[in-house]
Design a binder for this molecule. Structure first.
Ligand SMILES: [Zn+2]
Length: 313
């Protein structure tokens, strides 16, 4: 019996957003510096696959279609899938959705879908729009449904956190990225459900990024990378473990890049956590995944939804 219980660990999701350096440069208004976006696929993907195999993690990677131009990057995406992880749609160009027309949204979703399903040789099940999180509009949900998607993962019900972060980033981008402009939906999202649920009037499920109970701030690697030692994770994790049914932990490819180790331009030091060596960030991830792997089985988002959502797991 004890053995059987040990085998039925609770489920947990790890999401990776593969936002590229050009996007960060736009957000931080970094101009006229050399940028090698492929470093995410040549350097970060192997690091992540190594970490995930060490802790027996099956993760979901949200990939930007436009980044799959070279055969080398396409091979990296294929390898992600071959190792049992899920590859999901993070749009074609990582342009914020709240400034786009219906036609443009369709283009962003469907062109990325074509690229990714062609690389994988199978349909893509999940979608996440770029630039922080807001409640996805009905038009986009309908496009996803038409294309056979199982879930959307737009929402992060972080109380005021998103509104504040979007405002800071919008100003930092010198008001050049209209999609970063805070809107009323950022405030509404603060009060949204913090659990996987079926979207009303749709066949799709919504998979929100988990927020820490009480604090309502995102269960996000970047905040641990930016905090001394592992403070953010160590404070938040006991709450997540106690109160969240299926936690969704989110990280970005950028979290595993080193300013010096990957020869990034020094101006990227403005990104949270970039002032420390890569080895220190890797240690933080080992701490995070080492702790979580004692309590959880890590599964892909698609597998949770394919089994009928949280109720079927
Ligand atoms: Zn993104």
């Amino acid at each position: 019996m004890a053995e059987r219980e040990a085998k039925t660990k609770k489920k947990c999701l790890v999401n990776v957003d593969m936002d590229n350096l050009s996007d960060y440069a736009r957000v931080y208004a970094i101009k006229n510096v050399p940028i090698d976006n492929d470093v995410l696929y040549s350097n970060v993907v192997p690091r992540l696959l190594d970490l995930f195999s060490r802790y027996d993690i099956k993760a979901t990677f949200f990939i930007v279609g436009r980044d799959c131009g070279s055969e080398r990057n396409r091979r990296a995406v294929r390898k992600i899938s071959e190792e049992g992880h899920e590859v999901a749609n993070h749009t074609l160009t990582h342009t914020a959705f709240n400034g786009l027309s219906g036609k443009e949204k369709r283009f962003e979703i469907e062109e990325a879908d074509k690229i990714l399903s062609d690389i994988l040789g199978k349909p893509v099940a999940g979608f996440r729009p770029p630039h922080l999180d807001f409640k996805l509009d009905k038009e986009s949900i309908d496009i996803l449904e038409e294309n056979g998607y199982l879930y959307d993962s737009s929402l992060c019900p972080a109380f005021l956190y998103l509104f504040a972060e979007r405002t800071v980033l919008y100003l930092r981008s010198k008001r050049t990225i209209k999609g970063l402009r805070p809107t009323i939906s950022d405030i509404q999202a603060c009060f949204a459900k913090d659990r996987i649920y079926k979207i009303e009037g749709s066949t799709l499920f919504e998979i929100p990024t988990t927020v820490l109970p009480l604090f309502r701030t995102p269960f996000l690697a970047t905040l641990t990378m930016a905090s001394g030692n592992n403070l953010y994770f160590d404070l938040g994790y006991p709450l997540v473990k106690r109160f969240v049914e299926i936690p969704v932990f989110r990280l970005h490819g950028m979290d595993l890049l080193g300013l010096e180790e990957d020869a990034l331009d020094g101006s990227f030091h403005v990104h949270p956590g970039m002032k420390q060596p890569l080895s220190r960030k890797t240690d933080k991830f080992r701490h995070i995944f080492g702790s979580m792997s004692k309590d959880y089985e890590f599964v892909t988002a698609e597998s949770v939804i394919a089994k009928g959502g949280p109720a079927g797991n």
